[in-house]
Design a protein around this ligand. Structure first.
Ligand SMILES: NC(=O)c1ccc[n+]([C@@H]2O[C@H](COP(=O)([O-])OP(=O)(O)OC[C@H]3O[C@@H](n4cnc5c(N)ncnc54)[C@H](OP(=O)(O)O)[C@@H]3O)[C@@H](O)[C@H]2O)c1
Length: 339
């Protein structure tokens, strides 16, 4: 194969600018592995990158996408530990919406034999995020009560499973009754459909949590902080409330939300004995050793393959992104190249 197909935008700011191109493959660098991509995992960060609301987004033209799964096609002369024909999943700092990707071997993980490529593309970014939030920052202990927002989503579902595996007690929140009943069918008993007045809902149910994982922001986040037990931790890693409802952000609305975002007073946090932590895992890409260590930790937890809720053809990236942006998706949204 000498050509490949990829989705690229000339610049961030409008999702409609994302266009499918065909290009010629360059010669493979000696320290890279060439992978025929079978599946691309979508992340909420793709939407924020394409709309220009994500600070880590490259300047100018870029290919979105943070994770993929496929088959090794060619191995650079200075690369070891990977062979042609290996099935792998991988992470990339952008560049994932492509039918062929060149990657350093350090960013590749063997795909478990019983998993399909879509499941592989659904695993690295969201599982690492959930694990880092729950354990490294959240310091979750067995029997502790953890509140996980967007529990039917990519990160949220992995977090629910990991929390259970750690012996903790997860409470999931979701935006609809359909998602709640789906989660209950998966064996998660404690699921809340967030009401308009989420603070009152938590107070009415006399809820208290040792840990909260939040990537929504706004009133949901401040109500969650208020429901922390003493010694409780709020871990923040996203702000889905800023999601644009169309291809371009409504800057006025976003500015209004930004001005009204929750703020925390560290002096008050000492008095109330509760804390706030935040992170963006994309910076881990530059710290290979730390990333490898996290991946090794995860291998000690026997999780089932991630749930792929929605499979789209590679050509339908716009349809897949529209579904993810709608907030209606369950589990992972994946593009399949069908090659
Ligand atoms: N910091 C990091 O390193 C990092 C890494 C990965 C992901 N993240 C963040 O983690 C969150 C989850 O990511 P994901 O890829 O797994 O996505 P996802 O959870 O599969 O989908 C996002 C979910 O956000 C909820 N949501 C709340 N308000 C929304 C709104 N106004 N519009 C649309 N959806 C809204 C929806 O679920 P409900 O309505 O059911 O809550 C929606 O399904 C995102 O905010 C993402 O940016 C951060």
């Amino acid at each position: 194969m000498s050509t490949f197909r990829y989705w690229q935008t000339p610049r961030a700011g409008n999702m409609a600018r994302l266009t499918l191109y065909t290009g010629n493959l360059p010669a493979l660098a000696d320290n890279h592995v060439r992978i025929k991509v079978h599946a691309v995992g979508l992340n909420f960060a793709d939407i924020f990158a394409l709309t220009g609301l994500y600070s880590a987004t490259p300047q100018g033209a870029f290919i979105p996408g943070l994770e993929f799964a496929g088959e090794v096609q060619e191995v650079g002369q200075q690369t070891q530990g990977v062979a042609v024909g290996d099935r792998v999943m991988g992470v990339t700092r952008f560049g994932g919406y492509t039918s062929v990707i060149d990657s350093e071997a350090d960013y590749l993980i063997p795909l478990p034999p019983q998993w399909d490529y879509a499941q592989g593309a659904a695993w690295p970014a969201q599982t690492l995020t959930a694990w880092y939030a729950l354990t490294h920052l959240g310091a979750l202990q067995a029997v502790q009560q953890v509140l996980i927002h967007s529990a039917a989503g990519g990160v949220g579902l992995q977090a629910m499973k990991l929390a259970q595996a750690l012996g903790a007690r997860p409470t999931g929140t979701v935006g609809s009754e359909e998602k709640a009943s789906w989660l209950r069918q998966q064996g998660f008993e404690d699921v809340l459909v967030r009401e308009a007045d989420f603070a009152r809902q938590l107070q009415r149910d006399e809820r208290g949590f040792d840990l909260v994982l939040d990537a929504i922001g706004g009133k949901v986040q401040s109500a969650s902080f208020d429901a922390l037990n003493p010694m409780g931790r709020l871990v923040v890693f996203g702000a889905a409330e800023f999601t644009p409802s169309h291809n371009r952000p409504n800057y006025l609305k976003a500015a209004w939300r930004y001005l009204r975002r929750p703020r925390y007073d560290v002096m008050e946090m000492i008095s109330s004995n509760r804390s706030v932590l935040a992170f963006n895992l994309i910076w881990l890409w530059e710290q290979k050793d730390r990333m490898q260590a996290l991946l090794e930790e995860l291998q000690t937890i026997a999780l089932p393959p991630p749930h792929v809720g929605h499979r789209f053809a590679f050509d339908d990236a716009h349809g897949a992104l529209a579904l993810l942006r709608s907030g209606q998706s369950v589990g992972k949204v994946v593009l399949e190249t069908g090659q």
